[in-house]
Design a protein around this ligand. Sequence first.
Ligand code: PEP
Length: 250
Amino acid sequence: TQTVKPLIAGNWKMNGLSASRAELDALARGVAEATAGRVDMAVCPPATLVATAADALRGSGIATGGQDCHTAASGAHTGDISAEMLADAGANMVIVGHSERRADHGEDDACVRAKAEAAWRAGLVAILCVGETEAERKAGTALEVVGKQLAGSVPDRADAERLIVAYEPVWAIGTGLTPTAEDVAEMHASLRAGLVERFGAAGEGIRLLYGGSVKPGNAEELMSVANVNGALVGGASLKAADFLAIAAAT
Ligand code: PEP
């Protein structure tokens, strides 16, 4: 196995106004001390703030990402945003297949796969999310469900330069609940095996993030689990101090 530099990525969801520039500036000021270069960081604000974030974070080493993209580069898709537009606004990355998109907008694996391909077409890194529901976890089908999502959502020719996979159990998102370290280890080992089976050595270097109620207080334990190469952080990414504390604990 290779050593993979961890990534702490923040998903602001539908939060943030122009005043959030202050949090972005605080992140840019604090990142060097918090990470000492050991950890990469990224912020995925709402689309209205992508250009602001890219500007505030320029030179800090913190990447900027979108939270979703359309599969097409442009066209008659009112309200949608393309990967090319995110790149044009200064984004380096985009989240695809977040469970809130899968649930609220009916995005299936084929759709998520097409979005990841759109991200690559525009030169963006895709942060591709997978994760089981509470019912699936209780039924004992979590590994199977997530394995199917991985197989169906990840495009061919994935590598560490273009793909990051985030395991986000739906029942752990925004709930304060987290899986045990053993359950995270089991899932991440299974995801790693799936990537290596399909992509060979390239699959070893693809970062596997854990997401779901990561906070400063639980980051150290979760981030030390085998095959966990960072976190996708929702609520605790909104305050620069908390987000930097998670990176410092990684
Ligand atoms: C997320 O939605 O990506 C997430 C991990 O949210 P939270 O950290 O708030 O659980």
